[in-house]
Every structure is written in C-alpha cells, then in structure tokens.
Write a protein that binds this ligand. Structure first.
Ligand SMILES: Nc1ncnc2c1ncn2[C@@H]1O[C@H](COP(=O)(O)OP(=O)(O)O)[C@@H](O)[C@H]1O
Ligand SMILES: [Mg+2]
Length: 319
C-alpha cells in the first residue's frame, strides 16, 4: 500500500532522510520510531506531497507521489505535527471547509463531516471555536480532517504528542479502530506507543533506517546479548569480580541488595549461555545462589541500543 525506495532528502549540507526504504501492507499500522531530528516529519512530508525528495521514489496507494501527486493525495489523510486548525471557525465549519477543499461533492459533505466527527469523538464540541479547544480535542479534530475523505492511507505525525495519559489511551484506541479500513503510518519518539499500537516498527535515526520488524521480533533479535539476573549471598566476598572473570561476560551491574543478598545483571556475548559456569563458580566459592534467570530486553533498551550504535542492528555487538 505504501512503498518507499531509497528516499533521500538533503537540506543544503544536512541529510535529513538518508536512503530510506520500507513498505507498509494494506490495513497495517506501521510505527515510525526515532528520536527528535531523526527525519520522521521530513519523510512524512514527502509521502504526503508537501515536499519534494532529493532522491528515491515513494508510491502511495498505487500512485507515485512525485509523478501522480493528486491521485496520491486524494487517497491520503495527513495529520501534521501541529494540526492546521483555523481558530475562528467552529469545528463543524472547519471540517466543512476542509471537505470543500478536498473536493467532496456537496451532497456528501455533511454525512462525511458527521461520520468523521463521530469516529474521532468530537461531535460534542462541534459548535465550539477551534481556537478554544483543548490540546486533546485539537488533535482529534486534526484526525477528523485527516479521515474526512475516507482515504486509504493515513499518515499521522506524532498523534499523541503533548496529550495527557488519558487522552493518549483514547487516541491510541481511536487509531487502532481506524486500522483495517486504513493503512496507517504513525510517527513517535515514545516507545510504548509502538509496542501498544503498531504491528511493525521502522526505527530511524539520523535519517537512516536502523531496524524494521515487529515489536516482538525486535525484542527477540536483540536479546542476542544474553542478560542474566543473578542473586547471591556471598557474605563479605566480591561476587562481581568473580562474574567479571567468567568467559563470555561483557558487563556486570549491581541492581540492589537486601538481607545480605546482592542482585546483579550479568551481560554476556550473543549466543553464549554461561549459566552452568556461573552456578558452578558460585557453588565452588561456597556462596548461596538465590536466583539465576535470563532477562529479556525492553523495547526501550533496544531503541537505545540501535540508536546509539553506528552499525546496523544485525551486527550490533556488545563490546
Ligand atoms: N525545512 C528544513 N530546512 C532545513 N533543515 C531541516 C528542515 N526540516 C527538517 N530539517 C532537519 O532535518 C532533520 C530531520 O528533521 P525532522 O524530519 O523534523 O525530524 P523528526 O520529525 O524525526 O524530529 C533535522 O536535523 C532537522 O533540523
Ligand atoms: Mg517531527
């Protein structure tokens, strides 16, 4: 439904988007995840025809956005970072105005506006001026204008930014409800967003795609750095020094102590299971081994790891 191939955008000497390639299948919600300045907004502006690319191609709903921009635009709804509301128009007037701009036939305007207001739950403020709306409502009216012409593709730039926790949950549910009928790309720099809303994630950093996968697979792939949680009662001895000497261990961190027991996080190189060696060493010292279990990485840790690494994900190492 969306195909981005080798997309590049340079602003003078700044390369905001650097050879970005990814696909989004019909009905899918794709998360576009990256820190501020990663190139998310620039990519979305190109996909929605607001900005030309320096290089590469983008096809949206079967239309090349550079060669057939009107056809592509007609099938795309766009929620920019700041929804373009007119403060002096009421919500209904504004949506009717957008419906005209989008060229909806007069007979369809009213039912379309009503449906969009219902789906985004803004009907109760339909007669309020846009300038008087709360941030949450502004964002929802922005969503309403994006879905007004019932586009196949929705491109939502940080749809939950600046919302309070309750509004965030509501907006997420709303977006999930729109998937299926629509193919969605949403950008965010917040991690829980993608694991809770998206089927697939493109992680972008400094204009480059560093990973594309499902949230679950990303976690699995990067769990390569086996992380163990170990709790020992070593009396006055230094268990940390012992763990650091075990072959395969790359890092040992203390996580806490209570009642004479000390908890450690022991990180090892990918694919090396040191649990037997570690258990034997602890017993050999005559210490008590109270707990020993592998721990997974949160998406948060993965994100930090891929965005701080210079290398592509497949080659992330832990030296
Ligand atoms: N119109 C512009 N002119 C010059 N540089 C820009 C422009 N728009 C964005 N940039 C730069 O491109 C990079 C990516 O920005 P942006 O796409 O807004 O990132 P994100 O949305 O991920 O925070 C940043 O370094 C930003 O400063
Ligand atoms: Mg942005």
């Amino acid at each position: 439904m969306i195909e981005v191939n080798h997309l590049t955008k340079r602003f003078g000497r700044v390369t905001a988007v650097d050879d970005v390639t990814f696909r989004v299948e019909r009905g899918e919600i794709l998360g576009f995840l990256g820190p501020n300045g990663a190139g998310k907004t620039t990519t979305m502006r190109i996909l929605t025809g607001y900005m030309p690319a320096t290089d590469g191609t983008a096809v949206v709903a079967g239309f090349n956005v550079f060669e057939q921009p009107l056809d592509a635009k007609r099938r795309t709804g766009y929620l920019p970072e700041t929804p373009p509301l007119y403060p002096d128009m009421t919500v209904r007037e504004y949506l009717d105005f957008v419906a005209r701009i989008k060229g909806l036939p007069p007979a369809e305007r009213r039912p379309r506006v009503d449906t969009a207001m219902e789906r985004t739950r803004v009907a109760d403020v339909r007669d309020r001026h846009c300038g008087k709306l709360s941030k949450g409502y502004r964002q929802r009216v922005g969503l309403a204008q994006a879905i007004l012409h019932n586009p196949e593709v929705l491109i939502l730039d940080e749809p939950t930014a600046g919302l309070d926790p309750k509004q965030i949950i509501e907006t997420r549910e709303l977006i999930k409800g729109l998937a299926g009928d629509h193919t969605i790309i949403l950008s965010t720099h917040i991690l829980p967003e993608v694991s809770q809303t998206c089927q697939r994630v493109v992680i972008i950093n400094k204009g480059r795609v560093v990973a594309v996968d499902t949230p679950a697979n990303l976690t699995k792939r990067l769990r390569g750095s086996e992380m163990l949680y170990v709790e020992v009662d070593a009396g006055a001895a230094d268990a940390r020094a012992l763990f650091e000497r075990l072959p395969g261990v790359t890092r040992v961190g203390e996580t806490g102590r209570h009642d004479g027991a000390v908890g450690y996080e022991v990180e090892t190189v990918r694919g090396q299971d040191i649990r037997r060696d570690l258990a034997r060493a602890v017993v050999h010292e005559g210490w008590g081994l109270l707990e020993l279990r592998p721990t997974g990485m949160s998406l948060e840790e993965i994100f930090l790891q891929v965005t701080t690494s210079e290398e592509p994900v497949a080659e992330v190492s832990h030296e």
